[in-house]
Design a protein around this ligand. Structure first.
Ligand SMILES: C[S@@+](CC[C@H](N)C(=O)[O-])C[C@H]1O[C@@H](n2cnc3c(N)ncnc32)[C@H](O)[C@@H]1O
Length: 317
């Protein structure tokens, strides 16, 4: 997940979508959150990034996943198909991408703590598998950071997309424990890697990147450490882990996404290091002008992770 800020009053909330410019009314914020509330993600932001996410997702992890799903022991999944739990589903982009790439009937259980996003996910759910088999969905509202193996009983696969980097180490360990306890493989995609390449380059690029990464980590969220921590959490529990790059490659065709991402990225960096405000204003102005002129290219690095867990007989351990 790469986005940074929704920006309410002055606060920038990592992971909640792009930040407004100073004096600008936020366009993507759903509503003003209470300070103790978790960040809300605007469906417009998730929609804006869905195409770039789809293009970025690693295809290399699909074959090992298909092989594992074909080898599922009896008892895993439900008769007549597999059961996939998508954690932090947002509006459901992971299912729209993956369901039509897997054969056979599928039942997707879409988890999120935000009922508004779950509504979008249910309405725009995938209907057919690669071979035309039926795909059904149900939604579950709740905190995926407290997942237990029991909640995954009968699951064939856990997925998540743009989620790991907004979790803490303890939450990622809980998630890994739940998957391993339920004998369920996990495909955890599009976690930020903390690296960004902008062309043409600017002397401020590195400072903004460092400040953004520090902003992501500041409340205990893993940010760019998410994949390393998740790999350790799964490997320590006996899983085999494979990681592949899944970068966004943003050019003139993705100008709207690039501009929103840029505002959020720089907004979070400035919130982390207020002394950057003045140079960052110049930076954003020039970057947005280049973006509008079709002269800016951005690579935002992410990683996809597949954890192959020893299957159980369907009974959580
Ligand atoms: C960046 S969005 C990604 C949404 C979607 N997976 C996608 O790729 O478009 C992160 C999602 O995770 C959800 N989320 C974050 N932390 C969560 C938690 N602890 N429990 C449940 N949902 C959570 C948010 O509500 C949001 O929908």
């Amino acid at each position: 997940m790469t986005e940074s800020a929704a920006g309410g009053s002055s606060e920038v909330i990592a992971g909640a979508g792009p930040a407004p410019r100073p004096g600008e009314r936020p366009t993507l914020r759903l509503r003003e959150s209470m300070p103790e509330e978790p960040p809300r993600y605007a469906p417009e932001w998730l929609e804006l990034r869905e195409g770039a996410d789809a293009a970025a997702r690693s295809l290399d992890l699909l074959d090992p996943l298909r092989i594992r799903l074909a080898d599922l022991p009896r008892g895993a999944g439900r008769s007549g198909g597999i059961v996939v739990h998508d954690l932090g589903c947002g509006t459901g982009s992971m299912g729209r991408w993956l369901a039509p790439r897997l054969d056979g009937a599928q039942h997707w259980v879409l988890h999120d703590r935000d009922p508004y996003l779950l509504h979008f996910a249910a309405v725009a759910s995938p209907r057919a598998a690669a071979d035309g088999s039926r795909v059904s969905v149900e939604t579950r509202r709740g905190d995926v950071a407290r997942l237990t193996p029991d909640a995954l009983a009968g699951a064939s696969l856990v997925t998540a997309s743009a989620l790991l980097d907004v979790l803490t180490r303890a939450e990622v360990e809980t998630l890994a424990g739940a998957c391993v306890g339920a004998g369920c493989p996990a495909l955890l995609t599009l976690s930020v890697a903390g690296r960004v390449e902008l062309t043409p380059s600017d002397p401020l690029d590195a400072e903004i990147t460092d400040a953004f990464n520090a902003h992501q980590r500041r409340t205990g969220m893993l940010g760019p450490d998410a994949v390393t921590v998740a790999c350790e959490a799964f490997a320590d529990r006996g899983a085999t882990v494979e990681v592949h790059p899944s970068a966004w490659h943003l050019g003139p065709d993705e100008a709207a996404l690039t501009a929103q991402w840029l505002r959020g990225w720089v907004g979070a960096a400035v919130e982390q290091r207020p002394e950057l405000r003045e140079p960052a204003d110049r930076y954003v102005r020039e970057r947005l002008a280049a973006c509008e002129a079709g002269e800016l290219h951005v690579v935002v690095h992410h990683s996809d992770l597949l954890a192959l867990v020893r299957p159980t007989d369907g009974t959580p351990s």
